[in-house]
Design a protein around this ligand. Structure first.
Ligand code: 26Q
Length: 808
């Protein structure tokens, strides 16, 4: 970028500082400089954003990606990279004596998601814009994102995540696009001139106000929109009440309306049928569908053409109420016949499933849904009848089967059945996951309409997760193979030949080292924890859940600890075990595991000699931001879920892209990583999905017998109860011990096969360390992994969605 550009940017930032804050760079705060700089960049984006929107109106088909979560991470940084204005801005800010990095840190991260599903949605938005596909992401503008995690005496404490305390630079409020959403009331059906008319009265109204965030593609011609809906009480209604002297009541109702978009529910698999959550889901789907239809009617008049122009992807079942809502608008407002409305709806929606665990399948008690959404419920009844009668012709007489496939049953609305029955496509998020959907979870539906079911393996944007998060590695790659990989990630394969180039391998090793130091400095600064950078960095970063088996990871650390004590002569490669994970606040076992991680860390610290070779550290409050520092520093990527449980995983892809080697099971997308890098490119261990399923469903699995027969296992597990971890409270981890050996009230012992896979897991670690002791071999393995990681770009995933489903 030339100097004139830099000077122009500098001039604009000065002007902004003056007009917004009455300050000059000399006396402005960092936050003010950040806001001024970000706003000048936003100004820069506006024309293309506007142009993209105008073009969408005319263009053939547009995608609406509905998701109850989006986790975009910080935006200033990625917008600078994507627009190609990096050099101009960094030059301008250097003149002001402000390093760009410091400005980025002024931006609050919108933590509007729990984990994988929300981050996937954000990666998809990046790729859609980069591939010039017209799309809008739709969700809720939660005032509080996922809780901030603090650790007190080893235990997780949740604090509110305040991200809107200052205006968020990247959003634009659009009150002119507000939509009314109705809750409660009574529905009367009435025949008028041979038509059924619906009269909905006595409802309460909430206004949905959209806030738009531009989604900038990488040097593309498209800027898409992430539209977040915020709940507000309708003013007019308040005034009526004020006039009637019901001041307090009016304010109360305002609160009740606005609480809808207050907070993101922390949940990744445990579901509580909370009324407020149901309100959230209906609120944002009704707003979105209402908006889509209004927008459509501005330029088109044939509703039957809607599927030609509108494509709605449902990210898991949470936005599934969009289905009956579109039916409602077409029937009640547009007055279409049932058949015409059904025809449109069943060609418009597509559904992605992200979980097979039955406890994570969304269901709502009818007793909750019916009073809150009376008309939606009556439409669900009608859809249910329609579906069941169709199923009847495929499965004549099989009442029980049809009962299980129904949308309503046992007093519940089953959202997954609704989404499968109505959507034109249903997809799993990895090959293995799609097979499980076809063969198990949705098998009966699969037999009826096999063509509906697809597998589209997840992907991550290599621009954020490599180019932005790991600039040194990105630079080395570009020097080696040129810059085309940034648009065409499959070209990373050209790196393969460099795995035999000693100078390149050395460079890769040095980059990893410097990323480890960068992370160590971060942890020192934020938590006061010191990491030895000569040790191998072994990382498990993901939500805390039993199926992800962080517990097995800690037990392995205990095993190493015990060996070091038992064998005084043993020399061991120094190892740092890093954990980052938030636990669902009511998930007792998950919280105990967090505590165990901390207490094992303490035990190691106070044990001479062991503390010279082992270190356990917990990275508090895992977020997109900390992931971007942590993942590039990782050498071993722990992807150790019980086979068959992790639908895909996306962290596994981010680690691979950054040259970490996967130590994992054949689960989710690990299977496809293994397909690409082979046995020699990762450290595979443990049962496969079919074996795990057979073992657990046969009810023959006997964890206790393993414990009895394996002295090593016994030694390790006994740490949980023998007081060596926490002498003052030897029973602190008794529950975990019991869970592994006796199960909980309902279940089998060791439901996630920790004991069964334990010795194989130890073996995988042993193999990993052997390879690690030969640095050039290790680095070659890292390079081969990076070279195979292009497939796991969300560009590829989005291209597949587009060719198989959307056809935008
Ligand atoms: C369901 C019903 C009611 C309330 C909450 C929920 C709920 C909320 C969030 C259920 C699940 C989630 C989140 C699921 C999730 O993140 N799944 C992950 O999705 C990733 C992207 O596809 C996969 O890579 C992971 O394997 C999967 O666990």
């Amino acid at each position: 970028m030339d100097n004139s550009n830099k000077r122009l940017v500098l001039e604009r930032i000065r002007e902004k500082l003056l007009s917004l804050f009455g300050r000059t760079p000399e006396d402005a705060t960092r936050q003010q400089i950040y806001r001024a700089a970000a706003l000048t960049l936003r100004d820069e984006l506006m024309p293309l954003w506007r142009q993209s929107e105008q073009r969408d109106l005319a263009e053939s088909r547009k995608l609406y990606y509905l998701s109850v979560e989006f986790l975009p991470g910080r935006i200033f940084h990625s917008n600078l990279l994507n627009t190609g204005l990096w050099d101009a801005y960094s030059g301008a800010l250097k003149e002001l004596g402000v390093p760009l990095e410091e400005l980025f840190q002024q931006e609050r991260e919108p933590g509007l998601g729990n984990g994988g599903l929300g981050r996937l949605a954000a990666c998809f938005m990046d790729s859609l814009a980069t591939l010039n596909l017209p799309a809008m992401g739709c969700s809720i503008r939660y005032e509080f994102g996922l809780f901030r995690q603090q650790i007190e005496d080893g235990a997780q404490v949740e604090l509110p995540d305040v991200w809107l305390d200052e205006d968020f630079v990247w959003e634009i409020e659009r009150p002119e696009d507000a939509i009314e959403v109705h809750f409660g009331g009574k529905v009367a059906e009435q025949w008028e001139n041979g038509r059924l008319c619906i009269n909905h009265t006595g409802y309460s109204t909430v206004l949905a106000i959209p806030y738009d965030i531009p989604v900038v593609g990488y040097q593309s011609q498209t800027t898409n929109t992430l539209r977040l809906w915020s709940a507000r009480a309708p003013e007019r209604l308040d005034m009526d009440q004020f006039n009637r002297g019901q001041y307090i009541k009016a304010l109360e109702e305002t609160e009740l309306a606005e609480v809808i978009s207050k907070i993101l529910y922390p949940a990744d698999s445990h579901i509580q049928g909370k009324e407020l959550r149901l309100k959230q889901h209906y609120f944002f789907t009704a707003a979105t569908v209402g908006y889509i239809l209004r927008e459509y009617k501005k330029t088109k008049n044939r509703l039957s053409d809607l599927p030609k122009y509108v494509c709605i992807q449902i990210n898991d079942t949470h936005p599934g109420l969009a289905i009956p809502e579109l039916m409602r608008l077409l029937l009640d407002e547009e007055r279409l016949s049932w058949d015409d409305a059904w025809d449109i709806v069943s060609r418009t929606f597509h559904y992605t499933n992200h979980t097979i665990m039955s406890e994570a399948l969304e269901q709502w008690p009818i007793s909750l849904m019916q009073p809150l959404l009376p008309r939606i419920y009556s439409i669900l009844q009608a859809i249910n009848e329609h579906i069941c009668s169709r199923l009847w012709s495929f499965y004549p007489g099989q009442w029980e089967k049809i009962g299980q496939m129904a949308i309503l049953g046992f007093g519940q609305v089953r959202m997954a059945n609704l989404c499968v029955a109505v959507s034109a496509h249903v997809n799993g998020v990895s090959g293995l996951h799609a097979d499980i959907l076809r063969q198990q979870l949705f098998h009966d539906y699969y037999l009826v309409e096999p063509w509906k079911f697809l597998g589209i393996t997840n992907g991550v944007t290599h621009r954020r997760w490599l180019m932005l998060a790991n600039p040194k590695l990105a630079e080395a790659i570009t020097e080696a193979i040129g810059p085309k990989w940034i648009r065409e990630p499959e070209r990373l394969s050209e790196l393969a030949s460099f795995s035999a180039d000693p100078a390149f391998l050395e460079r890769i090793g040095a980059i990893k080292r410097s990323n480890k130091e960068r992370f160590a400095a971060f942890l020192q600064e934020t938590q006061g924890v010191t990491l030895p950078c000569d040790a191998v960095f072994d990382v498990q970063a993901k939500r805390l859940h039993e199926y992800k088996r962080q517990l097995m990871n800690v037990l392995h650390v205990i095993y190493l600890y015990d060996r070091l004590l038992a064998e005084p002569e043993l020399s061991m490669q120094p190892q740092v075990f890093l954990f980052a994970a938030k636990a669902y606040p009511n998930y007792r076992v998950a919280k105990q595991i967090i505590r165990l991680i901390h207490k094992v860390a303490d035990m190691i610290e106070r044990t001479p000699r062991v503390c010279d070779v082992l270190k356990v550290a917990f990275v508090d409050n895992y977020s997109v931001e900390s992931a971007q520092i942590l993942i590039p520093a990782a050498e071993i990527s722990e992807q150790i879920s019980t086979a068959g449980r992790e639908a895909s995983g996306t962290g596994n892809m981010k680690f691979m892209l950054n040259g970490a080697i996967t130590l994992g099971t054949l689960d989710g997308a690990n299977v496809e990583i293994h397909d690409r890098v082979g046995d020699e490119g990762m450290f595979l261990f443990g049962l496969e999905a079919r074996e795990a399923e057979a073992l657990l469903s046969g009810k023959t699995y006997n964890a206790g017998a393993l414990y009895e027969s394996d002295p090593l296992l016994r030694r390790v597990l006994d740490y949980l109860i023998n007081g060596r971890i926490v002498a003052e409270d030897p029973r602190m981890f008794q529950d975990l011990y019991h869970l592994l050996l006796f199960g909980d009230d309902h279940g089998l012992a060791d439901n996630y096969l920790v004991l069964r896979d334990f010795s194989a897991y130890i073996g995988a670690h042993r193999r990993a360390l052997q390879t690690y002791s030969r640095p050039s071999e290790w680095n070659a393995m890292a390079v081969k992994n990076i070279a195979q990681a292009g497939y796991f770009s969300s560009d590829r995933a989005i291209a597949e969605y587009n060719s198989l489903i959307w056809q935008l």
